[in-house]
Design a protein around this ligand. Sequence first.
Ligand SMILES: NC(=O)c1ccc[n+]([C@@H]2O[C@H](COP(=O)([O-])OP(=O)(O)OC[C@H]3O[C@@H](n4cnc5c(N)ncnc54)[C@H](OP(=O)(O)O)[C@@H]3O)[C@@H](O)[C@H]2O)c1
Length: 336
Amino acid sequence: MNAWEIRTDGGIDALAATERVRPEPAARELVVRVHAVSLNYRDLLHVLGYADRDRWPLVPCSDGAGEVVAVGREVTRFRVGDRVAGAFFQGWNAGPITAEVMETALGGRLQGMLAQYAVLAEDGAMKVLPDWSFEQAATLPCAALTAWNALVTQGRLAAGETVLALGTGGVSLFALQIAKLHGARVILTSSSDAKLERARALGADDTINYVSHPDWEKRVLELTGGRGVDHVVEVGGAGTLEKSCLAARHGGSVWLIGVLTGFQATINPLQVLQKSLRVQGIYVGSAGMFRAMSAAFGANRLEPVIDRVFAFKDAPDAFRAMQAAGHFGKLVVRVD
Ligand SMILES: NC(=O)c1ccc[n+]([C@@H]2O[C@H](COP(=O)([O-])OP(=O)(O)OC[C@H]3O[C@@H](n4cnc5c(N)ncnc54)[C@H](OP(=O)(O)O)[C@@H]3O)[C@@H](O)[C@H]2O)c1
């Protein structure tokens, strides 16, 4: 089968198109003919040298969807022909995250989805909604579930609350859509006025250009009458964390998700404790959360925002597009 591999820390140009042996399922596994893969910033980081070297050569990417072509002898919930997406963590069905769960990430400790065939655990496969394309289904496992876990599972988002989403990448646009699904108000930032216009069309109530307004946290406070927001979907990391804490209300939640601007942040602990902020790390989510999210998306006809679909042979260009950050929503690779 054809696959892409990370073999060195040479970056996007060193991604290798290769032939691999088509996998066979173990007793409680499925083999899936992958039809679409979506990229996450984490996959780009892996290609740029952050993947675990002991896994090289590594097929990158956590998020893919396709058709079951073989099932192990103990599999009871899936049949050949079923349309499925893989869960980011193959070993996290329910309950809290554990160190063992962390060893089961697709395209991380386990081989990923950017290949014609992939192996999934029975508990790590999710049925795709009947009227969804493989491209749409492939956008859900990481970005959508992370936003869902933060705002819904952990955050218990209520109608009328206010959510702040940073930028217009995969996680942030799903956060916008999930927040609107729950009747929340959304304030969204972007470096681009054109993207802000598109975000308003998707339902964003207020928007801020964080380049022309570098003190965007002050604007957030103005927009909330000085109170601050109930939830911040914090994808920026080092460069935005302090501002996100300033933009949150007393007793509000800052969902620590991303590192788009770097890893080493300085933060005044007084700022967190005096406002009684809940600053909580989120790491994607479980298969149980995925099923709840998928049902909600289906019932509400939520459509993932796909910026562009690339051919399999052009997968490196998809990573280049992610690095250039011109995208709005998700970048997808069709695996033909
Ligand atoms: N913890 C988890 O489980 C988890 C899961 C998924 C993702 N993540 C992390 O979350 C982050 C986002 O991931 P993604 O896949 O959504 O990335 P993405 O699609 O590549 O998002 C890129 C966008 O982020 C925005 N951005 C960049 N710098 C910003 C800044 N200083 N302030 C506000 N927005 C900024 C830009 O939006 P504009 O062009 O609109 O300015 C950019 O286009 C990454 O760090 C990723 O590793 C974590």
